[in-house]
Design a binder for this molecule. Structure first.
Ligand SMILES: *Cc1c(COP(=O)(O)O)cnc(C)c1O
Length: 399
């Protein structure tokens, strides 16, 4: 057993990711491209092994949030077309051409500065135009009285000799929600997108690859898939929302484990952990587990969450600490030091999902997978074997 297995670690099932990609592909019309979104270090799963597995599973593009994430893919040997969803500082534009990365364009001003830099270095940069159809986050306002000005501006960009428009996209705000207002809003966003696209075409401005669907769009709106889809969370086997639950087969890729480091019996009246918020009501068996908020087990779960030990639920009692927490072992008399603790995953008949883990802290599964701490090693499984480990605390280097 490796040393880190005595503390906390995550396992990432790469076969599950392969199945999720196949399940997405099965929903796409022939010719529709699949961009795998691997921002935020592949949603906390670790970009190197995950993106490599996705590339092998046949995705067409990768989507990331920033230039560092894009360059990281290249350093891991991933040469697929890659789109950055946010603006890259123009001082770093050299990296776009050096690594052949596609940049999103949110405004004419940004396009101008990028054009200037690209001209100076005699590069031609591939760009995708971002249209704002109602998310109101980034992009050219593509509806109402702003539409015409936006079309004029995009027309100007189309003439820039060192920028080449190879795609146009927008992003949905509520594609994951079933209530009539959300469905109507998603349809409105799509209608605005299509209207803007057809006006661009009328003006002879290239739109390139047209794309708008996130995971929820892939699931709920097949008629909106267009030339490419951009799923993220479903590739990791998680549902984008409660409404989307059960609509497509998903295999969760990540499990989170820890270790029972101490088992002891405390007397009635003993208080546990910081703040003394828990007092033993009677003589009881208590366990200490080597996971805490620095590992992604949030402090606000104190007294709320449960973990699994020997297939049974053990309630977390007292305050969650930075590195450790304590559990009530009353119902698990056979629990022993060094027992496996399942924080998220299957243990015997019982399981805790990232949805359960998220519900306890009143947030979404997306946030919980991103919060798995950087000192938690990720162990990659394929064909029932461990094939690699990502250990972030070994990554520092001198400049
Ligand atoms: C994060 C993101 C996605 C993927 O969203 P999911 O809900 O995880 O599928 C797609 N497109 C853009 C622009 C994003 O930022």
């Amino acid at each position: 057993m490796r040393e880190f297995l005595k503390r906390s670690w995550a396992t990432i099932d790469l076969d599950a990711i392969g199945r999720n990609i196949a399940a997405v592909r099965a929903r796409l019309a022939p010719g529709c491209r699949l961009m795998a979104v691997v921002k935020a270090d592949a949603y906390g799963h670790g970009d190197r092994f995950v993106a490599t597995a996705m590339a092998r599973a046949g995705v067409d593009w990768f989507g990331v949030s920033n230039i560092d994430e894009a360059v990281s893919l290249r350093r891991h040997g991933i040469c697929h077309p890659t789109l950055i969803f946010g603006p890259t500082p123009v001082q770093m534009a050299g990296l776009l051409s050096r690594y052949n990365i596609t940049q999103m364009i949110p405004s004419l001003e940004y396009a101008r500065s990028l054009q200037e830099i690209a001209q100076a270095s005699e590069d031609v940069l591939e760009v995708h135009i971002k249209l704002d159809t109602g998310m109101s986050r980034l992009g050219f306002l593509a509806y109402g009285e702003d539409l015409n000005r936006s079309l004029d501006e995009i027309g100007e960009i189309a003439k820039m000799p060192n920028l080449s428009i190879t795609g146009t996209f927008t992003h949905f705000a509520v594609a994951d929600e079933d209530d009539p207002e959300s469905v109507a809003f998603t349809k409105l966003q799509f209608q605005r997108f299509q209207e803007a696209l057809s006006q661009l075409e009328e003006r002879g401005i290239p739109t390139g690859i047209r794309h708008c669907c996130n995971s929820a769009g892939v699931i709920n709106y097949p008629e909106m898939h267009l030339d490419m889809v951009r799923p993220g969370v479903i590739l990791y086997g998680l549902s984008p929302s409660a409404d989307c639950q059960g609509r497509m087969p998903l295999s969760p890729a990540m499990s989170l484990y820890s270790t029972l480091t101490l088992v002891k019996t405390v007397a009635a009246g003993t208080t546990l952990s910081y703040g003394r918020i828990f007092t033993a009501p009677h003589k009881m068996r208590v366990g200490t587990v080597s996971i805490g908020y620095a590992d992604g087990f949030e402090r606000n779960l104190s007294g709320k969450a449960k973990v699994l030990i020997r297939g049974k639920f053990a309630p977390v009692i007292g305050r969650v600490c930075m590195d450790q927490l304590m559990v009530d072992l009353t119902d698990i008399p056979d629990a022993q030091e060094l027992d496996l603790v399942t924080v998220v995953g299957q243990d015997g008949e019982n399981a805790i999902s990232f949805d359960d883990f998220a519900a306890q802290s009143d947030t979404v599964n997306y946030e919980k997978i991103c919060l798995v701490g950087k000192r938690v090693p990720r162990v990659y499984r394929k064909g029932g074997m461990d094939i690699g480990v990502a250990e972030y605390l070994k990554k520092d280097f001198d400049l």
